[in-house]
Design a protein around this ligand. Structure first.
Ligand SMILES: *Cc1c(COP(=O)(O)O)cnc(C)c1O
Length: 385
């Protein structure tokens, strides 16, 4: 068996362990500490917008706090992109609120503005105005933010941007994660940079961010004793993890270029195979970090499953696209507005190995396996005819 090729594995830049050692040497092995502040400043500088940043224990925690900050309570409804990872939607349920799922459009695979507006109208007609909207930049591709933002503003519904997969993606010259009332990032092990587990909450509203820090550290009132006037959480990033993050921030621009190079490599390599299409930026307004390179396998003599299984047999990690939330057993019966776009994408889509640490050899091995599988399946079909 050849060596495993991973979908997206951690890729250290080299200086992370120095920051972690510094945390040990100074005994800052706690949540909070100088690396946490430093990491927040690094992120803020990278985003190049007037935003404040709170470093947290995960992207999921950041989404949960975003809903708490926006006052989402039991019985409220929150609109959420259906095609996403479950962590986008779960925090809605943590609050006792109800998700309302909205389908994707073809150009970016993210929330369809038309269906979003339809959903808002229908929920208002049914007597409940949604309390928030969660839009996702899937696989690093920015959503149609100008239209989605103007709908959110028109109906005066706060917008949460799940940019967990999109650190470094840009839309109309502006960093993903800085458009919404609140944005979130993830630094889980498989994301474009990692803190071994972590997240961040970002907002132009400094009060939201200081409130997030307060809630993330058990909502301690200012008093010599432990006093609480609100329910708190233990959601802060640790100083050790933030040390890893500081090292990772130094190589983030490289990581973006490396992921984009993977995409260009695959696109060129599959250009002559009918039925395999790389998911591309739909226009000049979009700059994707190409966290994962994804392909659609449609209208071909081979299926997505045949290609997927051929790669798995060769010890190459690959996955179908995120299974939409409206198809998930746990969300059965949840309101959904759609036209089956994400159902179709889920059937035909495949995520290819996309780590920034892949070698040219690795990429050639993936491409060779895909090409061989496509040729074999196409021939098998021809032979039978
Ligand atoms: C990874 C991810 C999250 C959750 O982030 P964690 O840091 O793993 O909690 C949320 N939304 C999307 C779209 C993600 O890909």
């Amino acid at each position: 068996m050849e060596e495993k090729i991973w979908l997206s594995s951690p890729h250290m830049g080299g200086r992370e362990s120095g920051y972690v050692k510094e945390a040990f040497d100074t005994n800052w092995i706690a949540p909070l500490g100088p690396h946490v502040n430093g990491f927040e400043q690094d992120l803020r500088a990278f985003l190049q917008e007037e935003v404040e940043v709170a470093a947290l224990s995960s992207g999921t925690a950041a989404l949960h706090l975003a809903l708490v900050l926006l006052g989402v309570k039991a019985g409220d409804e929150v609109i959420c992109q259906s095609m996403t990872f479950a962590a986008s939607a779960n925090p809605i349920v943590y609050q006792g609120a109800v998700p309302v799922f909205v389908d994707s459009e073809e150009a970016t695979w993210n929330m369809s503005p038309e269906l979003l507006e339809l959903a808002i109208h229908d929920r208002i007609r049914l007597g409940k105005k949604p309390k928030a909207i969660i839009v996702v930049h899937l696989y690093g591709m920015p959503a149609q933010m100008d239209t989605i933002l103007s709908i959110a503003r028109q109906y005066e519904i706060p917008l949460i941007e799940d940019a967990a997969e999109a650190l470094g993606s840009v839309y109309n010259g502006q960093q993903a994660g800085t458009f919404g009332d609140i944005g979130i990032f993830s630094f889980n092990g498989n994301k474009i940079i990692t803190t071994s587990g972590g997240g961040a909450l970002v907002s132009r509203n400094a009060e939201y961010v200081s409130k997030a820090r307060f809630l993330a550290t058990q909502a301690l009132d200012t008093a010599p004793h432990y006093q609480h006037s609100q329910i708190g959480y233990n959601y802060r990033m640790s100083n050790v993890c933030a040390g890893i993050g500081r090292g990772q921030m130094e190589v983030l621009p490289q990581r973006i270029l490396q992921r984009r190079n993977n995409f260009n490599f695959y696109k060129k390599a599959f250009g002559d195979i009918p039925g395999i299409r790389c998911m591309e930026e739909p226009g000049p307004a979009y700059y994707s970090n190409h966290w994962l390179t994804t392909v659609l396998i449609e209208g071909s003599q081979f299926t997505r499953e045949q290609i997927r299984l051929a790669l798995i047999r060769d010890n190459i990690d690959c996955r179908p696209l995120w299974k939409p939330m409206h198809l998930q057993p746990v969300f059965a019966g949840t309101p959904y507005y759609g036209n089956n776009t994400s159902d179709r994408l889920f059937e035909a889509g495949l995520c290819l190995p996309s780590g920034s640490n892949l070698t040219e050899n690795d990429l050639n091995r993936v491409v060779g396996r895909v090409r061989a599988a496509a040729a074999i399946e196409a021939n098998v079909l021809t032979d039978h005819h």
